[in-house]
Design a protein around this ligand. Sequence first.
Ligand code: AGP
Length: 374
Amino acid sequence: EQINKGHYEHYMQKEIYEQPESLTTTMRGRLIRGGLSKSKTVLLGGLKDHLKTIRRSRRIVFIGCGTSYNAALAARPILEELTGIPVTMEIASDLLDRQGPIYREDTAVFVSQSGETADTLLALRYAADNGALCVGITNTVGSAIARNTHCGVHINAGVEIGVASTKAYTSQIVVMAMLALAIGGDTISNQARREAIIDGLFDLPNKAGEVLKLDEEMKDLAKLLMSEQSLLLFGRGYNYATALEGALKVKEVSLTHSEGILAGEMKHGPLALVDENLPIIVLATRDACFSKQQSVIQQLHARKGRLIVMCSKGDATLVSPGESCRVIEVPPVEDCLQPVINIIPLQLLAYHLTVLKGLNVDQPRNLAKSVTTL
Ligand code: AGP
């Protein structure tokens, strides 16, 4: 049943729409709320015998490619906050090119939808040979990465057919947020934050359902952008990953050049591109970086930038510098979970751009769902 399109026109569309359900499946049986102590905890069965070792590790290294790398990047700040362990990021091919240092005291986390990506698998062999504890986060039970890691967590997002990864991405972020909660343990100083995140996780499928109502709005935006040559996305903090992932979605299916930019780097080069023609999406939902993003919007507006701003519901007047600016309002959730919500309108935008341009949305040219060659 999972592998036909049902009443949807394309797999990508179906998989975008499945997210309230896939997020629920990812969390099922793993979030515990209630009991006598009314405590809220996370249970990741596949990790329970290894949590002590992970907590003692000197560093956590996330390793992946494409969308899976972006998901890990989105989760990095919450891992750092809740565990206090340094977290570094590696694109699998780059780690191999550099033969970068991996130590016995490292926990190496391999993130992959298919579990079969050749670069990630080779990086896993490399990390294992160097003595690191290897953790797999995959969506495919029995995949090579699942079999060759010491322990792991299944994403349980359901089969993904569209070459563009959508529901696996949001479920991967949720798995890594749960990983942060599990490694962080039950320290008193983090208790309120932990409980807020767990409450936020419980409510996330509802919020994903709510943000899907932006579909028509994103289709209108796609009509406006369909003849553009290029699109920039500016994000920072939790949503730097959203900028990268939004750009990846747009480029891989709609074949429009698109670039995700760290907003803090704007003045170090990208600002030169800004004029009244190039469309720019700025991610400015509520978190600790909000006022910095407001200032980015002002600076882009001062250079006559053609702006589309994504903000938290109710913030339109706070972010919009003028009438020419389009605003996408999304439901606010706990800051570290906001990337799960923010990517959904961008997935819809990429989908509609592609369909409007008459391109193959489920099987973009030159790409394969699973990249099993080096
Ligand atoms: C995602 O939309 C892409 N098709 C691609 O970047 C993909 O995420 C990458 O190839 C990694 O695949 P994996 O998650 O199966 O390892």
